[in-house]
Design a protein around this ligand. Sequence first.
Ligand code: PAF
Length: 290
Amino acid sequence: MPVVVRTSADLAALRSGGTVALVPTMGALHDGHVQLMKHARALADTLVASIFVNPTQFAPGEDFDAYPRTMDADLERCDEAGVDVVLAPDVETVYPAGPGATVTVDPGPLGQVLEGERRPTHFRGVLTVVAKLFGLVRPDVAVFGEKDYQQLVLIRQMASELHLGVQVEGCPIVREADGLAMSSRNVYLGPEERQRAAVLSRALSAGVAAAPDGVEAVLTAARAVLDADGVAPDYLTLTDSDLGAPVPGQEARLLVAARVGTPRLLDNVGLVPHPVDPHPLENRPAGEGA
Ligand code: PAF
């Protein structure tokens, strides 16, 4: 079983001088987390996983109190994945002056779009706690899931722009057999909602299949699958890998967020939308060469 520590002093006592990888989590660990940990295991001498349900990334009325807390099962999962140390800090360790009186990290313009538009304080809370965890653990590398793709891009940007000296790595989404992206919040899905929830990954697959026909075709194909199931997305968008405008012929991200019943689900996939010739050979205006 991993050693469980609660403070930076406990962590310092365990520091061996080798390299350190960190997998930050809020617990309620599933197979997706185990994959992150297994990936991180190979990157450093010591593997630290943090388990901390961070109050500042939940807005009033969101699910902070209801968020699943499963520490005993989480420790088994960490053990299975080869974690050496679990950092499970108290709120006072992370927020000595209280969560409402802390220094914060402003995510900048990218924190205001997509998820940030619906949850305006969310990424400030995420970046603040991740910066604090980086400060507590001082890892060489930190690993995050691609499931929360905007979060990954913002953390990468923060680490680079604030020169935090941490390499940030993303890991592919782990999916259930029907395609649903694994998430700790999937426990909120009722049986009927759970059946319908795979519509998001089916929409993304339709988008990937349409990639040879260009950017518009990707969005049209994905939207058609959502429409057929009566799901109105909060957003369905194609961006480049850094959440800027997509460039045909280059790696892009198709992102979706939608409520399926009450729970709100996120998903995304990488693809390359092909540049589409606006004048294919048979439709070319007369006189235009091949
Ligand atoms: O993705 C999560 O579980 C959380 O947002 C993170 C990165 C652990 C910060 O609390």
